[in-house]
Design a protein around this ligand. Structure first.
Ligand code: SF4
Length: 290
């Protein structure tokens, strides 16, 4: 029978562990807690916490609430969210990851010290992503977000560029953005800050090594996870027999046929229990008990 291994380096990063711990502590006390946006980009984990009383809300609902407790997830929020909370007497349980918090402060300080006539703050990240919205909020909405070189017509190359990165982008991606800005600025490199979280970047060599050791990789991850996209792509490059599944229902039994070694791994938003569930499912499918 095939060897099945769960990657010991996959699973929640400390930012997500912290947010879930804070949510569970409050849910144990009161049995009810609002969370602004999905606490983690993983539907299975969100459902588990909803069953304990977590209520996921969007920003419109948040603005209508009064006198309740709301958890802010690891991605962080713009200053506007804290202003609404003060006005509506909402008690914030702030689970913003310390890495994101530090980046927000850096961008805020940089913005306050910048001359908008001569300088522009640029964020390399996914437009509309919660973390990026929180970062743009530190600049009163003035920072320009670029997802890649295809967005470069948004930039003013006559101004000095101060470049920051969303924490979950890849180091190579940031490097290529820096190189292209340098090229278009006539060889003048931007002031750039590598603000990529090493919880993601450091997993890349490990996950590539893990993917290399198996015939088949099941990458368990929610489809909204940014770091999941990065890590999945790394696995796929190392091992083309890599499939992204959000839970056991997406596993195609045909993938398992003839495999000698099956690896199960995931993103910083993938709970261990879900990877274990996948491992159990694969094992039962192979021994015919399912
Ligand atoms: S990936 Fe890094 S920045 Fe994002 S929540 Fe995890 S530890 Fe924090």
């Amino acid at each position: 029978m095939a060897r099945i291994e769960i990657d010991k380096n996959s699973g929640f990063c400390f930012g997500v562990v912290n947010a879930i711990r804070k949510a569970e502590e409050e849910l144990e006390k009161s049995g009810r807690l609002y969370c602004l946006g999905d606490i983690v980009h993983n539907n299975s984990e969100v459902t588990r916490l909803q069953e304990k009383g977590l209520i996921t809300i969007d920003h419109d609902t948040f603005a209508r609430l009064h006198d309740v407790k709301v958890l802010l997830r690891a991605h962080g929020e713009p200053p506007e969210t804290y202003r609404i909370a003060r006005e509506n007497r909402i008690e914030i349980i702030d689970a913003t990851c310390p890495v994101v918090l530090q980046l927000q402060r850096k961008i805020k300080q940089s913005y306050e010290q910048s001359d908008p006539e001569r300088e522009q703050i640029v964020i390399y990240g996914k437009r509309g992503h919660a973390e990026v919205n929180g970062l743009v909020g530190q600049t009163d909405g003035h920072a320009v977000v670029v997802e890649g070189v295809e967005d470069f017509d948004r930039l003013d190359f006559t101004k000095k560029i101060k470049l920051y990165s969303q924490t979950t982008k890849s180091v190579e991606g940031l490097q290529s953005v820096v190189e292209e800005i340098t090229r278009r600025s006539g060889g003048e490199p931007p002031e750039y800050h590598d603000t990529i979280c090493r919880q993601v970047a450091n997993r890349i060599p490990n996950i590539r090594n893990f993917a290399h050791q198996h015939d088949l990789i099941l990458f368990v991850c929610g489809r909204k996870s940014s770091n999941g996209k990065v890590l999945y792509e790394e696995c796929r490059q190392e091992n083309p027999n890599t499939h992204l599944v959000s839970d056991v229902s997406e596993i195609d039994a045909a993938w398992l046929v003839g495999r000698e070694s099956i690896g199960i791994c995931g993103a910083t938003s993938t709970p261990k229990w879900l990877m274990e569930e996948v491992a159990r499912y694969v094992s039962e499918s192979l021994d015919g008990s399912r």
